[in-house]
Design a protein around this ligand. Structure first.
Ligand SMILES: Cc1ncc(COP(=O)(O)O)c(C=O)c1O
Length: 345
């Protein structure tokens, strides 16, 4: 196994940081004691107490489902918060750089720039796979993070496992593997976590779990990385309602599986039917809950969908995505309507 100590990458100002110790960290609310320690309103409303800062119940449940120790899990206000945390933890503003592989999820670059961190873009090849040599060439001694997205947004494909492992073996910093859409694919690298001490895997409750409005993301990594990230997170970053609703949702495994299966069936149907349309040039293979569709004139088709009351995403400005629309798989009724409208163009 690779020898890797995340402390060597830590931002200098964090090396001796004493993190905030919140009142709710010290005693569990179930202990039956009188809590006069956090300046809360004592009158019961269901929300008058601060939430568990470590989200222990939720982590325990996820640990059971994912077969991973709770100490290797961090939860955040969406995976966007976790992306921001990783950057703030390991990148020195004005000095360090990160690598992104466009076309990909825009927040990797945006959050890095907000944090004063340089972004080196190494394009995916036309099949939307990483160019391993080019990534290696882009690394210097201030490159801290590499962002991989698999399945990738906006292309929908999975990155080859061999490429991911080659990057994990050779990249000197932390590899952040965003698996936001992995529930729609048959592959996740989560089982490999123990083999790669430089790997952070992010998953989200916003896609397959249907909780985009609740804002919850999960990060999985070594205990050492999770410890460092937990030190700098805001004390109460996941609110009580979100913790409750996520716990309930995780109990409903059959419901989640049913919805995923329905989305996968609909994705196949939608792809097959879109391919029959004369203005569609290519439907890219997808392992996510959306399809990237190359058409004859993306702006024109986008406008036509819009006039019919259907909002899709024009991704034509992204690398290798010329004249392409990104279409989320909707309910069977929404997909039928989309096809009906598209046939009338
Ligand atoms: C690849 C990818 N990662 C992360 C996110 C954001 O996830 P969250 O809602 O958990 O912040 C998205 C949202 O579209 C995404 O496409």
């Amino acid at each position: 196994m690779k020898i890797f100590n995340p402390r060597t990458l830590l931002r200098e100002s964090l090396s001796d940081l004493q993190s905030y110790s919140s009142a709710r960290e010290e005693f569990a609310m179930e202990s039956g004691m009188s809590f006069l320690d956090a300046n809360e309103n004592p009158f019961e409303s269901g929300l008058n107490r601060y939430p568990d800062p470590q989200q222990q119940k939720l982590k325990n449940k996820l640990a059971e489902l994912k077969q991973i120790a709770p100490s290797k899990i961090i939860l955040g206000n969406g995976s966007d918060e976790l992306l921001d945390l990783v950057i703030r933890c390991f990148c020195e503003p004005g000095k360090d750089s990160v690598i992104t592989l466009p076309p990909t999820y825009g927040m990797y670059g945006i959050l890095s720039r907000i944090n004063g961190v340089r972004v080196r873009e190494v394009p995916l090849d036309p099949n939307f796979q990483p160019d391993l040599q080019a990534v290696t060439q882009a690394v210097d001694d201030r490159t801290k993070l590499l962002f991989l997205c698999s399945p990738n947004n906006p292309s929908g494909n999975r990155l080859n496992t061999e490429s991911i492992t080659a990057l994990l073996d050779n990249f000197p910093g932390i590899v952040v593997l965003d698996e936001a859409y992995a529930d729609f694919s048959s592959v996740s690298m989560l089982k490999m976590l123990d083999n790669y001490p430089n790997l952070v895997i992010l998953q989200t409750f916003s896609k397959a779990y249907g909780l985009a409005g609740a804002r919850l993301g999960a990060g999985y990594a070594s205990r050492e990385i999770i410890h460092l990230l937990s030190k700098i997170k805001l004390p109460y970053n996941v609110n009580l309602l979100t913790q409750q609703v996520a716990l309930e949702r995780l109990e409903d495994t059959t419901g989640i599986e049913r919805e995923i299966k329905e989305i996968l069936d609909q994705r196949a149907l939608l792809k097959a039917r879109l391919e029959l349309l004369p203005f569609v040039q290519k439907v890219f293979p997808s392992e996510a809950n959306f399809l990237l569709v190359r058409v004859d004139d993306a702006q024109r088709r986008y406008n036509q969908f819009l006039e019919a009351g259907i909002v899709v995403r024009n991704r034509s400005k992204e690398l290798h995505c010329e004249q392409s629309l990104r279409i989320t798989v909707g309910t069977p009724q929404e997909n039928d309507r989309l096809l009906e409208v598209a046939k009338s163009f």
